[in-house]
Design a protein around this ligand. Structure first.
Ligand SMILES: Nc1ncnc2c1ncn2[C@@H]1O[C@H](COP(=O)(O)OP(=O)(O)OP(=O)(O)O)[C@@H](O)[C@H]1O
Ligand SMILES: [Mg+2]
Length: 334
């Protein structure tokens, strides 16, 4: 659906050049919610802005629904942009216009008959659950409600693709959850393909199918959320994930005067529900001291994380670690 191949983009200025995208390649499937996460300055916004040609790339190729968007004529570009909705952290609503007029804005530019616009606005207001707010102004709405207006506006032209740049960053956790639920529901209802940029791993966990982690303009990890969460390869990915799992690991470990071996165990899918650890204890004779643990429920699967101290003879500990590895548990010695 969206095929990004070897894309490079450098911002040039008198103060110097910034390589914002370096050889980025990502394939996004139709109907997928694809997350992009990374620290500030990693290139996330630049990447998402290339997908609707708000930014042009220096080299590489971006193909959406079979068309190379980099070669569009101005007319083709106008048409294409209608097919791509975008929402932002700060909502970008027109404060002097009502909810109705904000949503209708792009339809009015397209010179669609008023009756048709009114029907479409009513439909969109229902879709984003803003019933009764049609004649209010942005200043009278909460952050979550403003983002709902922005989503309705982005969907006005029935796009195939929705781009979300930090769409929940300005919202409190509860409102974030409700907006994410809405976005997920819209994907299911409208078969939208959604690219979602965030620096919050919780957002990735709660709605995304796959995730790319960016650093210094490059994609450093890419895969299904469960895979990246249970087996992060890079320090950056581990760092991001550690904020939502094992956040007390660093505090616990140095305090321990351990006589055994301390390991971090990662479980994915059904393994997160199986009593693998108690079976290991029975089979190998070791003792286990649980130091910290949690299970993160992702949309498609569960990911469990445990930090344990394994006590026993060297041989028993080796047997125990092998037992875990043979049972598809990710074992990382700390
Ligand atoms: N218009 C511009 N001119 C020059 N440099 C830019 C421009 N836009 C972005 N950059 C630079 O490109 C790099 C990537 O910026 P980008 O906005 O894509 O990062 P980001 O990952 O979205 O960060 P944040 O999480 O802070 O939004 C940064 O170093 C930034 O300073
Ligand atoms: Mg950004």
């Amino acid at each position: 659906m969206i095929k990004i191949s070897n894309v490079n983009k450098t911002y040039r200025s008198k103060k110097g050049n910034v390589e914002a995208l370096r050889n980025v390649s990502i394939d996004i499937d139709k109907g997928e919610i694809f997350g992009v996460v990374g620290l500030s300055g990693a290139g996330k916004s630049t990447l998402i802005r290339t997908l609707n040609r708000l930014e042009d790339i220096d080299s590489g190729e971006i193909v959406i629904s079979g068309e190379n968007i980099c070669n569009f004529t101005p007319e083709e570009l106008r048409k294409f942009r209608k097919n791509t909705g975008m929402i932002f952290q700060n909502f970008n609503l027109l404060n002097s216009k009502s909810v109705r007029d904000n949503i209708a804005f792009s339809l009015e530019i397209s010179k669609i008959p008023k009756k048709e616009i009114d029907d479409r606005v009513d439909e969109l207001i229902k879709l984003v659950e803003l019933d009764g707010k049609k004649n209010m102004y942005p200043s009278q709405l909460s952050g979550g409600q403003k983002q709902r207006v922005a989503i309705a506006r982005a969907l006005a032209n029935n796009p195939d693709v929705l781009l979300c740049d930090e769409a929940t960053s300005a919202l409190d956790p509860k409102t974030t959850k409700s907006i994410l639920e809405l976005i997920k529901g819209l994907r299911d209802k409208l078969n939208l393909t959604i690219v979602l940029i965030t620096h919050q791993m919780e957002v990735i966990r709660d709605v995304c199918d796959r995730v790319a982690i960016m650093e210094d303009g490059q994609v450093i990890e890419l895969g299904p959320v469960a895979k990246v969460f249970s087996n992060p390869q890079t320090e950056t990915a581990k760092d991001f994930i550690s904020h939502i799992r094992l956040n007390d690991e660093d505090e616990i470990i140095p305090l321990l005067d351990s006589k055994g071996k301390i390991v971090h165990l990662g479980f994915e899918g059904d393994k997160a529900k199986e009593p693998v650890v108690s079976r290991m204890i029975r089979e190998t004779g070791v003792d286990v001291n649980i130091l910290s643990g949690n299970i993160n429920r992702l949309i498609t699967t569960n990911v469990g994380n445990l930090v344990v101290e394994i006590l026993g003879s060297e041989h028993e500990i080796e047997l125990a670690l092998n037992y875990l590895k043979n049972n598809e548990v990710l074992v990382e010695e700390i």
